[in-house]
Design a protein around this ligand. Structure first.
Ligand code: PGA
Length: 263
């Protein structure tokens, strides 16, 4: 399987947004768009990552949608199971609520909440052991890019998790390359730079696991309808993790359409 034969994923990371009423409307609008002009499942997987509080509500709202929309948690506990861990949500609790997908290692978790590689590894291990599918986020800072450290940083982040992912679990990993300087800034990596990094990620993954050739590698960082088509045209970009633009149903739908039509 070459990078371009992988069914793309377009996932909306809603972050700490929106308020209840707006979330309800966002889902309604997205359902309507999908109903009017469906994007075939075989052409593009679609997912959204609401706040933990809204996971089950959004899941229920999408349950009568004309196509599958996967529901992602934005994070999970580094502790497994159940117990006296105030404020935490474990992989098992997510699974028990029929939430099958989770984001791990987002740069906001790493930078603002101090998720170290060790903590991220615990989260990855718990998620995979509970049978969840993970979007694992990697990406370099502006300083790392300017110092010529971008590739090294990203490949190191991949090597970090190799210690805890069992060989048969790589099929439950989706990668997201999100250069930190492009997140929420309006700046996107050029398609050439993004493709070059995605090709390096593919190479790095392929050295770790035979499954590497088939792992979807999403791009994230100011993806919008205006740049989605050229990003989608890159052979090793297998989808998008969309922040800001995913809060607008039409924009998010257009991004999914760009990947469905281009791949
Ligand atoms: P953005 O966020 O699209 O708003 O840049 C992407 C992300 O953080 O996943």
């Amino acid at each position: 399987m070459s990078g371009s034969a992988i069914t793309p994923w377009v996932v909306g990371n809603w972050k700490m947004n929106p308020m209840r009423a707006d979330a309800k409307q966002l889902v309604q609008e997205l359902k309507q768009l999908l109903q009017n002009q469906n994007i075939e499942e075989s052409k593009c997987h679609i997912g959204v990552a609401p706040v933990a509080l809204a996971l089950e509500t959004v899941q229920t709202q999408f349950s009568d949608c004309s196509r599958a929309v996967s529901i992602f948690a934005q994070d999970l506990s580094r502790v497994a199971g159940t117990g006296a861990y105030t404020g935490e949500i474990s992989a098992e609790l997510l699974k028990d609520s029929k939430i099958e997908y989770v984001l791990i290692g987002h740069s906001e978790r790493r930078e603002i909440f101090g998720d170290s590689p060790a903590v991220i590894n615990e989260k990855i291990k718990n998620a995979l052991n509970a049978g969840l599918t993970v979007i694992y986020c990697v990406g370099e800072s502006l300083a790392q890019r300017e110092n010529g450290q971008a590739e090294h940083t990203v490949l190191q982040q991949i090597c970090d998790i190799a210690a805890v992912v069992q060989s048969e679990q790589w099929s439950n990993i989706i990668m997201a390359y999100e250069p930190i300087w492009a997140i929420g800034t309006g700046k996107t990596a050029s398609p050439e730079d993004a493709q070059a990094m995605h090709a390096k990620i593919r190479e790095g993954l392929s050295q770790i696991t035979p499954a590497g050739k088939g792992i979807a590698i999403l791009y994230g960082g100011s993806v919008k309808p205006e740049n989605a088509v050229e990003l989608a045209a890159c052979p090793d970009i297998n989808g998008a993790l969309v922040g800001g633009a995913s809060l607008n149903a039409e924009a998010f739908y257009q991004i999914a359409q760009a990947f469905a039509n281009t791949k």
